[in-house]
Design a binder for this molecule. Structure first.
Ligand code: SF4
Ligand code: SF4
Length: 317
């Protein structure tokens, strides 16, 4: 990707980021219908994983170059390389491991949050993720020992297809060892007209309202911030995505033919910004000053992300 319009790995001086997202493997044991990893046009090759030592050396180099303090470990299925993650999480003060939950979780300590993906109640989840996946994930989560010190969070991709039934997922897990759930909204590729995608943010608003209702009913278990959800409404959403905060806060990294490359954003090179419903985009917008403040005024004083942003001299696109 060197020389591409969004190349940040070769930029001089290096652009600071608080966190990066890294696909540690292109392999996965599932093949979900909405997976963007293998979408045509993404700079991702199903071969070409780096071995542990080479990958960790490159992670350290990029960490030091861009001043990273957090890492989002992703895949493919990152827990297929859990020995690599066991070493990698020691390089950062905050770590998120996004997993499909079918591989047993390991206690990597309190600096790690597991984000376990489920896409709705059993029938809907398994229609997208594969037969029996929901039960395997649930069994793994219910088997976590009380002493498990990493945080465990569910993540549900809300789609036009599952929007009316996401409450069932909350009800199924609210009384389990799971610490909470976050709803992210389907990010379509440009031109996508699938049954998962809303036509536009206007059509998506009903789904945002349903998650807001869940937030009111389960304020501690549902981790979406009220302001982040308010920013997803039609009047604000395009203002946020036109100045996508994730482009300034998360450095996306793929491993391609044995080296790190830098796609445009965490959702690849061809995601549709106008319909983007990514958790990270709206969660970070809720925490940062931006042109959306006039539409949905801030509710909290500036936190660590806003302080980092100001200290680093970072700018929204
Ligand atoms: S678990 Fe994740 S990486 Fe694997 S197929 Fe599903 S969406 Fe893609
Ligand atoms: S698709 Fe979403 S995350 Fe990617 S650049 Fe657009 S708004 Fe940002």
């Amino acid at each position: 990707m060197a020389g591409s319009p969004w190349d940040r790995l070769g930029s001089d001086p290096p652009q600071p980021f608080p966190a990066a997202m890294l696909n540690v493997t292109n392999r996965c044991n599932l093949s979900c219908a909405h997976c963007f990893i293998y979408t045509d046009g993404n700079p991702n090759d199903p071969a070409g994983d780096l071995d542990d030592a080479a990958l960790l050396a490159e992670v350290e180099r990029v960490r030091d170059r861009h001043g990273l303090y957090g890492m989002l470990w992703m895949g493919g299925e990152p827990m297929l390389r859990w020995r690599l993650l066991e070493r990698g999480v020691r390089l950062f003060s905050r770590n998120v491991i996004t997993t499909n939950g079918t591989v047993p979780l390991r206690d990597f300590g309190p600096a790690v949050t597991y984000v376990v993906s489920l896409d709705g109640p059993e029938d809907l989840n398994d229609a997208v993720r594969g037969e029996g996946v929901y039960r395997r994930v649930r069994r793994n989560l219910l088997a976590l020992p009380e002493s498990f010190s990493s945080t465990v969070q569910l993540q549900c991709v809300v789609t036009r297809q599952n929007q009316a039934r996401v409450s069932e997922l909350v009800e199924a897990f609210v009384d389990t060892p799971v610490d909470g759930i976050a709803f992210t909204f389907h990010v379509p590729q440009q031109g996508e007209r699938s049954e998962l995608a809303w036509r536009d943010v206007e059509e998506r608003e009903v789904a945002v309202d349903l998650v807001l209702e869940l937030k009111e009913r389960y304020p501690r278990f549902v981790w979406n911030h009220r302001r982040a959800l308010a920013l997803m409404r039609p009047g604000a959403a395009r203002v946020v995505t036109a100045h996508c905060p994730a482009l300034a806060t998360v450095l996306p990294l793929y491993v391609e033919r044995g080296r790190f490359t830098n796609p445009r954003c965490c959702y690849g090179n061809h995601a549709d910004c106008d319909r983007c419903g990514a958790w990270v985009v709206f969660a970070h917008a809720a925490k940062l000053p931006g042109p959306w403040d006039e539409i949905v005024p801030p509710t909290d004083p500036p936190g660590p992300l806003a302080h980092w942003f100001a200290a680093a001299g970072a700018r929204l696109p």
